[in-house]
Ligand binder design. Sequence first.
Ligand SMILES: Cc1ncc(COP(=O)(O)O)c(C=O)c1O
Length: 478
Amino acid sequence: MADENAPMTAEEFRRHGKAVVDWIADYYGRIESFPVASQVRPGQVRASLPADPPAGSEPFEAMMRDMENVILPGITHWQSPNFFGYFPCNNSFPSILGDLLSSGLGVQGMLWATSPACTELETHVLDWLGNMLGLPASFLSSGSGGGVIQDTASSSSLCALLAGRERATNYESNTRGCNGNLVAYTSSQAHSSIEKAVRIAGIGDSNLRLIDVDDNFAMRPEVLATKIKDDRKAGRNPCFVCATVGTTSSNGMDPVRKIGEICHEHGIWFHVDAAMSGTAALCPEFRHFQDGLELADSYCFNPHKWMFTNFDCDCFYVADRRALIRTLSVLPEYLRNRASESGAVIDYRDWHIPLGRRFRSLKLWFVIRSFGVEGLQAQIRKHVELGQTFASWVREDKGFELAAPVPLNLVCFRHRGGDAVNQRIMDGVNRSGDLFLTHTRLRDRLTLRMSIGQTNTQLRHVERAWERIREEAARDSS
Ligand SMILES: Cc1ncc(COP(=O)(O)O)c(C=O)c1O
């Protein structure tokens, strides 16, 4: 029976739902007609919205009109094949549909008992992925560990740090709090989420050691070993090391095996953050970047960056699930249930920070089944090849230079004319709306980042981007 207060009947939902799917399909059809980066001024979107919410129900058509007129101008088109900024946050139709089904089911999967399929599909898909990426057997649910989907790599790294902190204090910092003696280590090129995690976990910024990198922006393991020894000598408690496979600034690859051996020797929790570049391991020829992963206690990568799965979706693996669960599990009476007490099920609420959780594995399942392993590999190889091609053009052009090695699909480069010229090139191409690029600083010089990983990017988009960059450079020198 229809509820007379419901804003939409099932029949209307069916009709509007089809219109929304059509709108999304058409959006992808016309996406290249929009300026890639939104051109609105601060406050412009809000100024177009009514000050107060409507007292009564509005027609659906009015909302869709505002999608076009108010929202779209304020969108930076991350799904445009001309989006080369930051790292990608790519997407695909099967993923959107999986996510829609998750919304439709509206499941909250905090416990196995609150929706067994939500938990069991997640365990299964993460085991699939573990095998697809060549992860060590200890990270699979059949081993001592297992995988879980988190919102972001930031959350995964925080959970890893918390587990490392607890293991290093014999699980006492959860009870007594931190005493200022714990120390964490990562490279000077690691993502800012590690520093944030160190703050949240109560370790303290001043107890995070940012280890020097070599000429390839990779952590220097001998410096790490010395710092750990110095801290031990000074009576401190080293509890966590994070290596990065594919740093954000320059795609630097930390030497996982050497760092892992040091962590092993000192009994320190070893986390590997492969948020962006982990996806490359779908292809056996790129797995050497993660050589030594069997020495890691935890690992994460983001299908929501480079594996065609819409935000949010980070996969977090641990080698010893007991350490993670012991760190994060708090059991109030109202969550007790027979299945949990039987010990035969996984309750993912104990594997991350929030209690509640969406049915995210549906979209990942749809992506893997729709592309197939070979289809995913083909996409990754295409992006890497496009990255290498772009790098070869930079190498051949006397006006430009590469600013870092190009192991995969991120090209860090700069015009030889200096920071101001590079800034003008970036501002020029971005203002034109033809493409979107972002920057970093490497060796204290402004560096442009060409990050190639959008689902629909083809050679012609990369060719056009290079042409536009050179046009802007020529304008600068004329
Ligand atoms: C290496 C690395 N780690 C962590 C992150 C943070 O990702 P998230 O937004 O999933 O927290 C990024 C984001 O670009 C990253 O490149």
